[in-house]
Every structure is written in C-alpha cells, then in structure tokens.
Design a binder for this molecule. Structure first.
Ligand code: FE
Length: 344
C-alpha cells in the first residue's frame, strides 16, 4: 500500500513537471514506464523514445531539464521520479558521478555495443553519441595544408586569427583536459598561453557564433563541435556561415581528433531500473544509434552503424580514443589553467 502511494506521488510529481515543460499529462499506468530527466532537447530524443515504446510497450516520459538537473535529483533523493538521465559532455556526466546520483548497471549488450573508452568502468554512465571538436577554417583565407594539430594552434602564425567561445564552457574545458591528459599540465599551460596570444577577440558567443565571425572576416579559424556544421547547413539563416568554412579534423598523423560525448546513466533511486536498463540498451543499439546520428549529425558510439550522409561528406577521420574518464579527471586542471592564463 505504501509502495503504491509512493508510486502515485511520484507520478503526480512527474505529471506536474512534465505538464509544465511539455504540456502533456503523465500516463495513468505506472508499470511499463520509464522516466527520464533530459538535458537533451525533446525534439532530438522523442523519435527514439517513440521507437522504444513501439518495440517494448514501455512508455518513456521525458522531462526536459536544461539546467539544475543534478541539483533536482539531489533534492528529490529517494522520492525522485527519474529513472534515467540523458545529458551532453563528459563534464556534465562527471558532475552526476561526483554528486552520487547514479547507480551502476551492466549488461552484455551494453558492453558489446559501447567501446570501453566511452563508458564508465563500473557502469555508472554510457556514451550514446560522439562529437568531434574540429577546426572550422575560412575557405578564402586558409588552406587545409596550413592546419595540422590542436598544438599548432599556438603557433604565432595564427596571431589575431582565432575565435573561440568562452574558455570555461564545458566543450573547451574537455578539449584542454585532453591536452593535459596527453602532455601534462605544464605543456598544456604553454599551449593555452599560445592560444591566448592568437585570439582575434575576447571569447564570446557559442560555437556557431565563431563561424559567423569567420564569415564576417573577424577571424580565420575557430574551434567547434562537428554537428554544428550540420545544424548550420540545415538552417536557412546560417547556411552562408557554414559555406564560408571547411571542417578540419586535427591530429590525424597522431592520436586523432578530440571527441566528446552525450551519455546516459540510471539514477541512484530509479524505481524502474529494469526499464531504464532496457532503454539504455535500446539507445545503444543499431536502430536508435542510426536515428541519433541522423537527428543531430553526431557519430554513433556503436561501431559499424552508418553515419548520416551529410556527416559522411566531411570525411572519415581518426578519432582520439583516450578513455573519457581520463578526460573527466583532468577537467579541474584544465579550468585552473584557463584561469591562470587569463582566457575569459
Ligand atoms: Fe552543443
């Protein structure tokens, strides 16, 4: 009876949140459901969740939580209706690990579908998609032969020619964390100093705003996540920005381009752990992987799943396969370095 009341309370809590964010009511049946808190936008994940429901009969309720998701999970504790979180960036995933809001899960299918460098060794989280942090370069003012590695972006030949978003943004922190992991803190700091000296302007805007700046002639190269090329090419107002640049994958003679991930984990107090695991397996498998890749122009984590045609057109490339937990471990050092060097 108590369990039933609790389930009802959780349903009501979820209905309130879902109702607020998506304008829909939670379904009446508690069995055969799974509740997700998502940093990812509903339009990106809805098609996959619908396919999951079709295949399993399990209803997937999603609460879009762009901010404060971890704080909410902590506050709700055992009463949280959430069974799973979906988020982007190794930093945000690591925050969830450190906040102790996840529980380990494992299955043969997950281990087979997701390479070991893209998941937590104990099963607290699994990557579901990958994105490369690439160089966007002016078609007019830069030749592919001028570019080589992330390290070479500190070369004085780029003085006044590079645009980036805030150094404190999770994407740039992860990139520098990977440099710390590969070279140590001292060399990573030297690199950051070189990068700072080459900036065309104070870091501002998002990844796409840097490409816009290249289009406007304010700088010649920038750093950005690969899927933004797809986003810009399918956005009428941004096609011109995209067409003014080409995508360059750095470090192809060495370790490969820096990759970041989107990922998922089962919450510590999941009331429907079995269903959450089923959903996680579904999202790691061929159908969902292909849909994911098409939806947001990302790279599937499961080897052998086809890329979207547009993503394929930027070319196959060598990806850095450093363990993402190592990148996570060096985030704090990366933030300190950007602070010391004084890149805003
Ligand atoms: Fe993004």
């Amino acid at each position: 009876m108590v369990g039933r009341q609790l389930a009802k309370r959780m349903r009501m809590a979820l209905a309130a949140i879902v109702g607020l964010s998506l304008g829909v009511a939670a379904p009446a049946v508690a069995d055969g459901e799974v509740n997700i808190y998502s940093y990812r936008q509903p339009f990106l994940i809805k098609p996959m969740l619908n396919a999951f429901t079709q295949q399993t009969g399990i209803k997937a309720n999603v609460v879009f939580a762009p901010k404060g998701m971890i704080e909410r999970l902590k506050r709700e504790g055992r009463n949280s209706p959430a069974d799973m979180i979906l988020t982007v960036d190794i930093g945000r995933i690591n925050d969830a690990v450190e906040a102790d809001v996840l529980q380990p899960v494992k299955s043969k299918k997950l281990l087979a579908n997701i390479p070991s460098h893209d998941r937590d060794p104990s099963g607290l989280w699994y990557a579901l998609t990958r994105r490369a942090r690439v160089v966007y370069a002016s078609r007019e003012r830069v030749k592919p032969g001028d570019l080589s590695t992330y390290e070479a972006l500190a070369d004085p030949k780029w003085k006044g020619r590079i645009c980036i978003r805030s150094s404190q943004h999770v994407y740039n922190v992860a990139l520098l964390a990977s440099l710390v992991a590969h070279h140590g803190e001292a060399r990573a700091e030297e690199w950051a100093k070189g990068l700072k000296a080459n900036l065309a302007r104070k870091p501002q805007g998002n990844d796409r705003a840097q490409v816009k700046a290249i289009f406007a002639g304010e700088c010649d190269i920038s750093l950005g996540n690969s899927y933004y090329m797809g986003n810009m090419l399918t956005n009428e107002k941004q096609i011109a920005w995209a067409e003014s640049v080409f995508v360059f994958f750095p470090n192809q003679q060495g370790r490969g381009a820096h990759m970041n991930i989107s990922g998922a984990g089962v919450t510590k107090h999941a009331g429907r752990k079995e269903n959450a695991l089923k959903l996680l397996e579904f999202l790691s498998d061929d159908l969902a992987q292909k849909m994911y890749a098409e939806q947001n122009f990302e790279y599937p984590v499961k080897p052998g799943v086809p890329w979207s045609g547009l993503v394929e057109s930027w070319g196959r490339f060598k990806a850095d396969t450093i363990d993402m937990t190592k990148v996570a471990r060096n985030r704090a050092a990366a933030i300190r370095i950007f602070d010391r060097v004084g890149i805003p």
